[in-house]
Design a protein around this ligand. Structure first.
Ligand SMILES: [Zn+2]
Length: 255
């Protein structure tokens, strides 16, 4: 018995049902054939050009990503733009692709949940896309900034609340800054997200709240090894001969 793209899509669907994805999203199998055999899977945050090259080098059959391609619908597959080049390269090399995006964001394997684990939050609970919990001990917001930077290995910016003592931290990875008010209502003194727009930075600072920008990549990349490990375990359990690799290609510099 061998695994196919459909097998992997079904495993992912059990973890993160596709119908729970936002209406604007584009999840599930996006490239390739569902009956195509899969022996090697590469898991990455994004199907970048580098990631596709990595998949070719390890002779992967399938790339599983968090962010979809064709998030904005397109009307051709010309190689005039980066996405077109990536799609054509995948087709040329018989590489299939599956994305689990906002459906994954609501599970214990989301970037936010993975960050909560890296930051050793206690008593972690989930509210929609947010994961919040208590820090091992209360710390100054400015001190927590360094802790987050070290844990995510990505530069973190703090808006407001430098002297504030933080005991409860809420996390909404990726593009989630509008949720800082919900984080505050849930009792957090600080919120870690991946992209902070000026109006939210200002409002939070004036409100005596600590708002961290850990980078979209920084707050979501932690899910890659966790998702790869999960898929490997699920496939091993049913004795499929499939190897799952977390991508080693990083689009940005680390700290
Ligand atoms: Zn994202």
């Amino acid at each position: 018995m061998f695994a196919t793209v459909r097998t992997i899509e079904e495993i992912l669907n059990e973890l993160a049902p596709m119908e729970t994805a936002e209406g604007y999203d584009n999840v599930g199998a996006l490239v390739g054939r569902r009956d195509q055999e899969v022996k090697k899977i590469l898991v990455a945050l994004d199907a970048t050009w580098d990631v596709v090259q990595e998949a070719e080098e390890i002779q992967a059959d399938l790339i599983v990503t968090h962010h979809p391609l064709m998030f904005h619908s397109r009307k051709n597959m010309l190689e005039d733009d980066v996405e077109g080049r990536i799609l054509c390269e995948m087709v040329r090399h018989h590489l299939a692709m599956i994305a689990a995006h906002t459906n994954l964001d609501k599970t214990a394997l989301s970037g936010s949940a993975c960050c909560a684990k890296l930051l050793q939050l206690q008593n972690v609970r989930q509210e929609g896309y947010l994961f919040l919990g208590e820090l091992p001990k209360p710390v100054k917001a400015s001190e927590l900034q360094d802790t987050i930077t070290r844990a995510l290995r990505f530069p973190t910016r703090l808006y407001g609340g430098g002297d504030l003592t933080v005991s409860t931290l809420a996390i909404g990875g990726g593009a989630c800054d509008e949720e800082w008010l919900q984080a505050k209502e849930l009792g957090a003194q600080a919120f870690l997200t991946g992209e902070v727009r000026h109006h939210n930075a200002l409002a939070a600072a004036m409100d005596g709240f600590a708002l961290y920008d850990g980078g979209h990549y920084g707050t979501e990349a932690p899910l890659v090894p966790v998702l790869a490990e999960y898929l490997q375990k699920r496939l091993d359990d049913v004795q499929y001969q499939v190897r799952v690799y977390p991508s080693q290609r990083e689009p940005f510099g680390r700290v």
